[in-house]
Design a protein. Structure first.
Length: 490
């Protein structure tokens, strides 16, 4: 028996001790699955709160939690929902079957599937109701969508961006601005000129066309900080896992053959049988001793991965401006509007108390791929956002802006540029008991909560495989309808 086999056999007979470095969604997902498979899990997060890039911050005026950016899942995000169900948190996701689009003229165009047509025809009526496109433009978009679905799903550095590919299909500028950018910039966090053809295809095929329920959105009903620190962490602790916030791993120790643990910022050593690194791509190399780098040639490439910013504009108004929980805004700087769940169900509910300090009405506007905002005055951005809202909802024109915050995450997501799929690392590493988790690893998904959860599940599966406890941990994708399969392959 080799040394490697001997270690694996020994660990198969007892509870493996696994360290997870990083308390974002990927690390939490890995922890959940490993705890379920009888591992002793200790999760370490450098910050005082969990969540990583998909986290929250305290409002300095009220102390309430505000998400850096409103995150949503879709019906196609089967592993994200699986995580919520496993931890008993499915009630904290509110599902919406109707999406509310507002065209440049302010007209509302609801997007909802047909109850009886099969995929992908289930969205034909919903698409046809988007009146901010002419009938000819809608037909052109439909033809282009079918051509896109029939494109190979492969990606390389020589592949075109989705913007270049669309221009090659002679797509008009209006279609680019009012359809393709609206969907893809929000879904991928990247512009059409930078995003890959393969990533765009995945959004439309998996997110809208392959299955009847793929397009619906799931919105968390509590701030992400509460979701992670109270619900997920509580579930883990109740099953014996350790959650250590404020403990920053500084460097691994052991050898290139086998990691034995790590040293934290207080110079305390922690010993483990396996380690999962679940930190942003730029931080991985810092955790690896310099004399190990030669055994991991691609390690230095991680720091060069391009990223894309997302800006959220947090607004407190003296009155409600809309009853809708969310809205997609077409052809403007603002892209999505979200209303806080606790807002009154009707504008009439708050008319009599508009000036009450306790009755501030909170909305969040999300702007993805927001590089162009970096050089703009912050007040000017907020002013334009308020103009966007007033052009759609008359109540916003007369509403008084009590206060605001503009938050930009400069590395909110990795940039899904052509060829990036080939650069993403697997969850296994050249060091046999060291593993990676993060939406930026090989998941087949763009930078999403689903990608983060998938990476955590895949990393957990690799850990279990290394201790002779193999398990397939991924939740199945939504099945593709027969008509969709035939259309996409014809």
């Amino acid at each position: 028996m080799s040394g490697r086999e001997s270690i694996s056999a020994n660990l198969a007979d007892r509870r493996p001790r696994v360290a997870i470095i990083g308390g974002g969604l990927a690390g939490l997902a890995a922890a959940v699955r490993l705890v379920e498979h009888d591992c002793q899990v200790e999760l370490f997060e450098a910050r005082r709160t969990l969540g990583g890039r998909a986290g929250s911050f305290r409002d300095p005026e009220t102390g309430e939690w505000l998400d850096h950016c409103q995150h949503v899942g879709m019906g196609c995000c089967t592993n994200l929902r699986d995580l919520f169900e496993r931890t008993g948190c499915e009630s904290l996701l509110r599902r919406y079957h109707t999406l509310h689009f507002f065209g440049p003229d302010g007209r509302r165009c609801d997007f909802r599937s047909s109850p009886w047509l099969p995929a992908p025809l289930h969205l034909a009526n919903a698409f046809w109701r988007q009146k901010y496109l002419t009938a000819g433009q809608r037909r052109s978009v439909a033809r282009t969508l079918l051509r896109l679905a029939r494109q190979p799903a492969t990606d390389s550095e020589n592949s075109p961006s989705i913007g270049r590919w669309l221009r090659e299909q002679h797509v008009s500028q209006v279609e680019l601005e009012r359809f393709w950018s609206v969907v893809l910039v929000s879904a991928l966090g990247e512009t059409l000129e930078h995003a890959s053809l393969a990533a765009a295809r995945k959004v439309f095929v998996d997110g809208f066309m392959r299955s009847r329920d793929a397009y619906v959105i799931d919105v968390p009903t509590v701030p992400l900080a509460r979701l992670y620190d109270e619900y997920f962490a509580g579930w883990l602790r109740s099953r014996g896992a350790g959650i250590h916030c404020g403990v920053a791993a500084q460097q691994l120790h052991g050898s290139v053959e086998r990691v034995t643990g790590f040293v934290d910022q207080r110079h305390e050593s922690h010993a483990f049988d396996a380690v999962v690194i679940a930190v942003p791509w730029r931080r991985v190399a810092d955790l690896i001793p310099n004399d190990w780098h030669a055994a991991w040639p691609k390690l230095s490439q991680f720091a060069d991965f391009a990223s894309s910013p997302i800006t959220s504009v947090h607004l407190w108004l003296d009155r409600p401006i809309t009853d809708l929980p969310h809205a997609v805004i077409v052809g403007r700087l603002s892209q999505w509007l979200f209303r806080r769940k606790e807002e009154p169900a009707s504008i009439a509910d708050a008319v009599d108390s508009r000036t009450s300090p306790a009755n501030q009405h909170y909305y969040q506007v999300v702007i993805s791929a927001s590089r162009d905002l970096a050089t703009r005055d912050r007040e000017d951005v907020v002013r334009e956002v308020m103009q966007d809202l007033a052009a759609i909802w008359p109540a916003a024109d007369s509403a008084r802006l009590l206060r605001w915050q503009l938050v930009t995450q400069r590395e909110a997501v990795f940039s899904v540029r052509p060829g990036f799929e080939q650069r993403r690392p697997p969850q296994a590493t050249p060091i046999r008991n060291l593993f990676l988790a993060g939406d930026w690893t090989q998941t087949g998904w763009p930078a999403t909560m689903e990608g983060a959860v998938r990476s955590g599940y895949l990393a957990a599966a690799r850990v279990l495989e290394s201790v002779n406890r193999p398990a397939d941990l991924l939740a199945p994708d939504l099945p593709m309808g027969r008509l969709a399969r035939w259309l996409f392959q014809s």
